[in-house]
Write a protein that binds this ligand. Structure first.
Ligand code: 6LW
Length: 491
């Protein structure tokens, strides 16, 4: 059966998957955004529905003053004996922890913190019921993967950390996952860093804590590092799993650089079929590469997928699919009756804090965003393309003017257009690798405000290392504003 990659579009990196019967659950990392760690469900591995988040309470996910691309790093989801477990790292507060739940849609437990450091924690249960934990903690000055036995409910380490592997020679050996297959324990890692040299490597041994001294002869089992012309790049950080029919699959992160060597939609989730060779090693996709269109024995017929998003604000709840930056002040967001009321505070989009800002992932490069608003008391309110507090394009309605602010880490450029009135329609379209910004008084005739390059929101141009992707959002500063009819439509 043919299907299209990526299967989950927009900023959704570090996929981890578990299966319960015929149901698959997938989680991704969320950094400074809240709620943390979305849980997607699928029956056919191609169409994924957001069913909830693992970290929905401030007590589970303290993000106060979290730096951009700090917060929640790669998660692992597992199911064992009637319970779901998710382990991840809060790089801003507390380090590695495990939460558990009966229902993956929530609620999940409070975090059980784990003493072992490093990022990319992972859990593995052996046939005897013993649970193992591994992360890229390094040991005695040696970088690499370290594992121990653990109590997954309390987070208590039940054995000292043991060095499992340093990888195959690439930098940043991380993303460890242990699997048992036949007589072997397999340890999969990512190496090379999450950028253009990213890769997935595999090792095996005879016990869960190693030694993992046999490397896959065709390592790396997945990489696009030598395939600069591929529309998919940076593939790595993967999960290997079987479906109910015994077919194997790999979910991984990758990027779509719509501009040469620059990507602005974040790292996304891709799927590849896997076959095992006679020596007991997996062959991923097309000889270790994946493609925008692939063919495989899916466990269910794929349906035509839509990656559009819209909200008419008729629900009293903030609709799933919206997220906040850092812990939100929930009283500043009111949805219902066809309107979203945002109560702006003194916190602006530039602050390492919690502005009044509601965001959704941009899922395609060619896209149109629309919203209308009435600026009641807000000093500034509008529609923003937000990468992080240092990189965004904000189209706003202010007293007597429409303003486009293009923020580039201290090198801002603004366009000001006189506009009388308290209500406006705002629109963003795309063309020639740029965003185009528009406004209208009546929702019929739109006038241009200006343009901004996609490249300005690309991960590769951020001044500090960043791991996230462009989101579209609604915001207000210093007073209230009412929004109606938000939509993101892909071309
Ligand atoms: C993640 C690490 C990685 O924890 O990037 O690409 C880090 N892989 O495994 C942030 O997503």
């Amino acid at each position: 059966m043919k299907y299209a990659n990526p299967v989950i579009r927009g900023f959704n990196p570090d996929p981890s998957v578990c299966r319960v019967g015929e149901d698959f659950y997938l989680v991704t990392s969320t950094f400074e955004f809240f709620p943390g760690v979305p849980v997607y469900h699928s029956k056919n591995l191609v169409n994924w529905t957001l069913v909830g988040h693992c970290l929905t309470k401030d007590s589970q996910l303290p993000l106060e003053k979290a730096s951009p691309s700090a917060g929640i790093y790669a998660p692992t989801i597992r199911w064992h004996d009637g319970l779901f477990y998710m382990t991840t790292t809060n790089c801003s507060a507390g380090g590695n922890f495990i939460v558990h739940a009966k229902d993956p849609a929530g609620e999940w437990s409070e975090p059980a913190y784990v003493a072992q450091g490093g990022i990319d924690p992972s859990l593995f249960w052996d046939d005897d019921g013993a649970c193992y934990f591994c992360s890229n903690a390094g040991l005695d000055g040696r970088a690499g993967i370290v594992g121990c036995r653990i109590d997954p409910i309390t987070g208590e380490m039940l054995s000292p950390g043991v060095f499992l592997t340093a990888g195959s020679g690439g930098r940043y050996c991380e993303a460890p996952h242990i699997y048992k297959r036949g007589e072997y324990y397999y340890l999969m890692t990512a190496e090379g860093g999450t950028e253009y040299g990213h890769m997935v490597t595999l090792f095996r041994g005879r016990s869960p804590l190693g030694p993992y001294d046999e490397a896959c002869p065709h390592n790396p089992i997945l990489t696009h590092r030598d395939d600069g012309l591929s529309p998919i790049q940076c593939t790595g950080h993967a999960e290997l799993f079987d479906d109910q029919n015994g077919n194997s699959w790999l979910a991984c992160l990758g990027t779509r650089p719509f501009i040469n060597m620059l990507h602005h939609l974040g790292r996304e989730t891709f799927l590849s079929p896997v076959v095992w060779n006679d020596e007991g090693w997996p062959v991923v996709g097309n000889g270790g590469r994946i493609a925008p269109e692939m063919d495989g024995p899916l466990p269910g017929e794929p349906e035509k997928a839509s990656f559009d998003f819209a909200d008419d604000f008729t629900s009293d709840e903030i609709k799933p699919g919206w997220v906040w930056v850092r812990n939100p002040h929930r009283e500043n967001y009111r949805s219902g009756g066809g309107e979203l009321v945002l109560a702006g505070t003194q916190v602006s989009l530039n602050d390492q804090d919690s502005p009044t800002l509601l965001l959704t992932r941009q899922t395609g490069a060619e896209v149109q965003f629309d919203v209308s608003l009435t600026r009641d008391g807000a000093r500034e309110a509008g529609l923003v393309l937000y990468y992080n507090m240092d990189y965004y394009y904000a189209l706003s309605l202010r007293e007597g003017e429409i303003v486009l602010c293009r923020r580039q880490h201290g090198f801002d450029s603004d366009v000001h257009i006189p506009f009388e009135g308290n209500a406006a329609f705002l629109r963003i379209t795309t063309g020639n690798q740029s965003y185009r910004f528009w406004y209208s008084a009546d929702g019929q005739e739109y006038a241009p405000v200006g343009e901004a390059a996609w490249a300005g929101l690309a991960t590769e141009i951020t001044r500090t290392v960043s791991f996230t992707g462009t989101m579209a959002g609604l915001y207000a500063v210093d007073g209230e504003s009412r929004f109606r009819g938000f939509s993101m439509e892909l071309a």
